[in-house]
Structure formats: structure tokens, C-alpha cells
Design a binder for this molecule. Structure first.
Ligand code: G6P
Length: 362
């Protein structure tokens, strides 16, 4: 209740700008020269574990999906992700060789909390990645890792997501090291990239102006497809969710390679494709997916460090040597774009209709 907007128009805007700093706080003391440390957990947490199951809702679910790629790629541990409201009633098979991770900004979301209770009752080891200390979930879980994002007021979550993703990336490296699944060189490379994340999250005036200017072209049409591959698929889901939440425009996040199995039928100039085209991950694959959409006349906005001749609009991101740095910069672009579209449509950015910051009913 004491939070101030500090000269920003909206809490969401302030929180987008805060990301660089809060992510530094989130990493503080957790990255030592060549190692990841979490004082709040110990190495026994991963002993005897053959699988990680992640459960969450909303934006936190998107952080979980992103993490599932990192846990498998870096820590070589099987990982699956379930939406909490689905998990509760699907009669899930739970075995004790599974580490159960819940992700929640508030620590109070009813479905996630109930999923956590189910896992505890089944005798699983549990861990919560949470932004609120002493919340229902941190009290219940065996282990807690706090995201240190500070109070988040905007209903559309921003800094909670970036800090969750950083924590989960660090955790995948922590597990990788504990289980001896990562080479020294790869670990060094990953840690080097992690240290650069705060820089990737800095909002430049130029970028903000660009999204402001572009937003006026994306107020109508019959829908948006945000597309990406690998971790850029959950990022696409998150971009689409942000837009839906505050602009009330119809948007879907889709795995780029899946467009040909149905959604491409919708393509025409009134269909807006927002394509996430990182240089460091599957660039040629996504490029051919975007070419297919372009050939069907979809209006295309690409976000990439590389110019792409078929784009109607192009948002240029910085060149880096790690796809996760591209991920965080693109995250900021998507947040800004949805906010500026919402502003132009005259909506209340911080208090979108029908939504609540924390959903404590089923
Ligand atoms: C609500 C909020 C979302 C949030 C979701 C999960 O729907 O509007 O922004 O992602 O709940 O919340 P949690 O606190 O569990 O992360």
C-alpha cells in the first residue's frame, strides 16, 4: 500500500523498468565465481530425484515451461509442467523420485496451493519459487527460494516473471553441477550469460519509443499470433497473455513449427504475427515458419537482432552470444508493446477488467 509510481504512468511501467535491478538483487550472493549457490536449500534436495514436476498458474506457468527446457538441456533431468487447476483433478501419478516445484508470485493462488498440498501428502519433496515470504506456499513447502522482485502491483505480471525465470535458470545449473551433468566450460558460459541478464533488461529510450510508435499499427485486425520455438514458445505465450490481459485483443501464443497444423489457415493481412527470432537458437527454423506466414499475407512484426526482409515491422534487439539474453530483451519488448497498445486503446493498464492480482478462489 506504500508503493509509489515514482514518476511512471503506471505500476506496470515502473515494474518493467525495475526488472534490471531486481534481477541483480535476485542473483546477489547466488552466483560465486564459477558456481551457483542457494543457501536456502541443500544438495540433498536432488538426491534420488529422477524427475521434476512443475506446477503453476498464469504467468508463473510460463516461467515453469521455460524452465522445463533448461532443466532438461542443462541438468539432464526429466521435467514436465502442469497447470495447477489441471493437475488437481487429473489423478496424477506421483512417485517419490519426483521433486515437486511450484512457482507463484503471491504464494496464495488457490489451485497452486492445493497442488502443493497434494504433492506433500503423497510424500514428495517440495520446493516453492515465490516472491512473498511467509505466504501460504512458503509455509507449506519443504524448501523456498525467494525471487526478491519486491512488491508487484501491476495485475499484469512483469518483474515476477523475469526473476522467476532467472531463479529457475540458476537452479537448473545448480542441479546440473550437483549431478555432475555439466562440463566446466558450459557452466562458465552459462554463468557468464547470467551475469549479463540485468543489462539485457535495461529499457532504452530508443526501444521504448519504437514500441510506442509501432503500437498504433496494432490496435485492430482480427487477432495476434505470437510465435517462437524452444524457450521462445513460452515467451510467445507470455507475450500473448500480456496483450490479452491489458488490451483485451485476441492473442495466441503458438509454437512456430505448429502453425502449419491449423492456425495458418487464419493468415491474411488482418492477422498480426509477432515473431520471436533469436539469432542464437534455431534461427533458420523460425525463419522458414515466418516465410510460410508471409507467403499467406499475414502482417508480420519480427523481433530479432537480424533484419528480415519479409517483415512489415522490425524491432531490432541487441546482438549477444546467448539465447537467454535474447529472451530477456525480447521479454521487455513484449511487455512494452502490450502496455503501449493498452494505453492507445484507453484501457486501465494497472487494473484490467475482470482480473485480480491474486486468485485465492478455485
Ligand atoms: C493471476 C494474476 C497473474 C498471475 C496468476 C498466478 O491470474 O493476474 O498475473 O500470473 O494469478 O499468480 P501467482 O501469484 O500464483 O504467480
Amino acid at each position: 500500500q506504500f508503493a509509489q509510481k515514482d514518476g511512471f504512468r503506471f505500476f506496470m511501467e515502473k515494474e518493467i523498468y525495475e526488472q534490471s535491478n531486481v534481477v541483480s538483487d535476485c542473483m546477489l550472493g547466488r552466483i560465486q565465481d564459477e558456481e551457483i549457490l542457494f543457501d536456502e536449500i541443500d544438495s540433498s534436495i536432488i538426491e534420488g530425484i529422477n524427475e521434476i514436476k512443475i506446477c503453476a498458474c498464469g504467468t508463473s506457468y510460463h516461467a515453469g515451461l521455460t524452465a522445463s527446457y533448461l532443466f532438461e538441456r542443462l541438468a539432464k533431468v526429466r521435467c514436465n509442467v502442469v497447470i495447477a487447476s489441471e493437475f488437481r483433478y487429473k489423478e496424477p501419478l506421483l512417485t517419490k523420485d519426483t521433486l515437486f516445484i511450484v512457482i507463484s508470485q503471491s504464494g496464495e493462488t488457490a489451485d497452486t496451493l492445493e497442488a502443493l498440498k497434494m504433492a506433500k501428502n503423497a510424500g514428495l519433496k517440495t520446493l516453492v519459487v515465490c516472491n512473498v515470504d511467509n505466504s501460504s506456499m512458503t509455509r507449506l513447502a519443504d524448501h523456498t527460494i525467494l525471487t526478491r522482485a519486491g512488491i508487484e502491483k501491476g495485475v499484469a505480471s512483469t518483474k515476477a516473471f523475469s526473476t522467476q525465470t532467472v531463479v529457475l535458470w540458476m537452479l537448473s545449473l545448480y542441479f546440473a553441477k550437483q549431478n555432475d551433468k555439466i562440463s566446466k566450460e558450459t557452466l562458465q558460459k552459462e554463468i557468464h550469460a547470467l551475469r549479463e541478464v540485468p543489462k539485457s533488461l535495461i529499457v532504452s529510450d530508443k526501444m521504448h519509443e519504437k514500441t510506442k510508435r509501432l503500437s498504433k499499427r496494432y490496435l485492430h485486425g482480427h487477432g495476434f499470433f505470437f510465435i517462437g520455438r524452444d524457450v521462445f514458445f513460452p515467451l510467445a505465450l507470455e507475450g500473448a497473455l500480456k496483450l490479452k490481459e491489458i488490451s483485451y485483443l485476441h492473442a495466441e501464443g503458438y509454437p512456430a513449427g505448429e502453425m502449419k497444423h491449423g492456425p495458418i489457415a487464419l493468415a491474411d493481412p488482418e492477422l498480426f504475427t509477432i515473431a520471436l527470432m533469436p539469432e542464437n537458437l534455431l534461427y533458420d527454423k523460425i525463419k522458414s515458419n515466418v516465410e510460410e506466414l508471409s507467403a499467406r499475407d499475414s502482417t508480420i512484426c519480427t523481433i530479432s537482432p537480424l533484419e528480415f526482409e519479409l517483415s512489415d515491422d522490425f524491432i531490432k534487439t541487441q546482438k549477444t552470444d546467448h539465447y537467454m539474453l535474447e529472451f530477456f530483451e525480447m521479454l521487455v519488448v513484449l511487455q512494452l508493446l502490450s502496455m503501449e497498445i493498452s494505453v492507445r486503446l484507453g484501457n486501465d493498464v494497472d487494473m484490467p477488467r475482470n482480473l485480480a492480482k491474486s486468485v485465492t478462489v478455485e
